[in-house]
Design a protein around this ligand. Structure first.
Ligand SMILES: CCCCCCCCCC/C=C\CC(=O)SCCNC(=O)CCNC(=O)[C@H](O)C(C)(C)COP(=O)(O)OP(=O)(O)OC[C@H]1O[C@@H](n2cnc3c(N)ncnc32)[C@H](O)[C@@H]1OP(=O)(O)O
Length: 411
């Protein structure tokens, strides 16, 4: 553990001495880079959508996220199209000098972009959204060819995904670490939610294995600093956080938290985006953000004051007051509390009964309720993530993380 503390201190000092290092994200398209495969560049036949100029900035951002979740490599030709449309949509017509004849990769990218001529930004944005939507549906249909049960579990190491009786259960599975959320786990939860949104189940459940629901963000996430530096890490983490919370905001089916024990940090804040929260009476709800030099996420800066009123939300989110399950119920964060001895039995009996209700009616009712707020929630998510990106670089945050590891090292 002393090693971890040492690494943290070195990273922090490097940042202080070296000043601001640049982002690890390459310029150009955020997710796909045609340069890594073959260099054949076909003539680009760009399809101009019937609904040109209809895609909003949010549709565009969703499509960019969708690209990251594609299960199959779409190939060089498509990647070049995506790259070109992305550049056209964000920067307009190609405005950079043509790369030299031996700079094959950048030349291919430049030619793809340049081929779009003066295509309006809005049309490029719409074409990008259309192209991604086509890719997502074909990647879904090809993955459906595999037996669902095999496909589901084989993809995950940190969560267990099962489907039974119309209920898909996503179980956080690092009980020895109190289900602290590693970067891999954030990714796997997003993938699992994506799969659950498309499977034939009626209800999706998130729960934890062991005595904890989750102890929140795994603090060792702060110690894996890439060579690009701590700022690049913070930037990538803010993108990860935003995508993670976004997948709860956009989840289309009834989503239930089965809170089997204490919950900390981000595992608490996203509860405001669930449709039902069932808790054992052993559960507690704790958001020690200020203690960690951090600020609220998971849209809690918006959902908590709405759910429990600003005064109680402030006690939790600003001052880090830990709530018992009974208190969380009284404040509207929890739907119902069950005695620990009968928790699993009672909750699953209830959920099995709910899962027999007409599937489409449940889904549509959820969407009516949530759609009123979606735009707002995405805006709050973006703001919270960008504030945290700055916070993670603060000495308050770094010192708090070092304290956690120093305490452990002393034990
Ligand atoms: C810049 C990079 C960021 C990248 C992240 C991307 C997106 C993140 C966005 C969210 C940001 C923050 C939101 C939050 O979630 S803040 C809350 C963070 N969580 C905590 O502060 C909890 C820390 N843990 C504890 O206080 C205690 O462990 C506990 C949960 C109260 C349990 O105490 P205990 O005595 O019952 O058990 P303990 O022996 O401590 O734990 C068993 C082992 O598990 C390890 N562990 C538990 N929780 C965490 C954790 N959150 N991170 C890392 N490790 C954790 C603990 O260290 C023990 O390990 P070991 O057996 O000693 O090896």
């Amino acid at each position: 553990m002393a090693g971890v503390v040492g690494r943290l201190i070195r990273c922090w000092c490097r940042r202080a001495v070296a000043g601001r290092s640049r982002s690890a994200l390459p310029s150009g398209h955020p997710a796909l880079h045609p340069g890594c495969c073959s260099l054949k560049v076909p003539a680009l036949q760009l399809h101009v959508s019937k609904t040109a100029m209809g895609a909003s900035q949010k549709d565009f951002e969703n499509a960019m996220n969708q690209v990251k979740l594609l299960k199959e490599d779409p190939g060089n030709e498509v990647k070049l199209k995506l790259y070109a449309l992305y550049k056209q949509a964000t920067e307009g017509p190609c405005n950079t000098p043509k790369p030299g004849v031996f700079d094959l990769i950048n030349k291919a990218k430049w030619e793809a972009w340049n081929a779009l001529g003066s295509l309006p930004k809005e049309t490029a944005r719409q074409n990008y959204v259309d192209l991604v939507s086509g890719l997502s549906s074909s990647s879904d249909s090809s993955s459906q060819a595999k037996p669902e049960a095999d496909r589901k579990q084989a993809e995950y190491e940190t969560v267990v995904m099962t489907s039974e009786d119309g209920i898909t259960k996503i179980m956080l599975n690092r009980p020895a670490k109190k289900n602290a959320l590693t970067e891999q786990m954030y990714q796997e939860i997003m993938l699992a939610l994506e799969a659950a949104s498309k499977d034939d189940s009626t209800i999706t459940v998130l729960t934890g294995n062991g005595d904890y629901y989750s102890s929140g963000n795994d603090l060792t996430n702060f110690t894996n600093i890439p060579p690009e530096g701590v700022e690049a890490k913070a930037k990538n983490s803010a993108i990860l956080l935003r995508n993670f919370v976004g997948s709860f905001i956009d989840f289309p089916k009834p989503l239930v938290a089965v809170v089997n024990g204490p919950a900390v940090g981000i595992s608490v804040t996203v509860l405001g985006l669930f449709d039902l929260v069932y808790a054992t009476d052993r559960a507690t709800f704790h958001t020690p953000f200020s203690h960690l030099g951090q600020t609220p996420e998971g849209c809690s800066s918006y959902t908590f004051p709405k759910i429990m009123g600003p005064a109680k939300a402030a006690e939790m989110l600003i001052f880090g007051k830990k709530l018992t399950a009974g208190e969380a119920y009284a404040q509207g964060l929890v739907t119902e509390v069950f005695p620990d001895s009968t928790f699993q039995k009672e909750v699953w009996t209830r959920l099995k009964a709910y899962s027999k209700l007409p599937q489409n009616a449940l889904r549509i009712s959820k969407q009516i309720i949530r759609s009123q707020e979606k735009e707002k929630l995405h805006a709050v998510n973006a703001k919270e993530s960008s504030i945290l990106q700055e916070r993670w670089l603060s000495s308050e945050c770094m010192n708090a993380i070092m304290n956690f590891f120093s305490q452990k090292a002393k034990l």
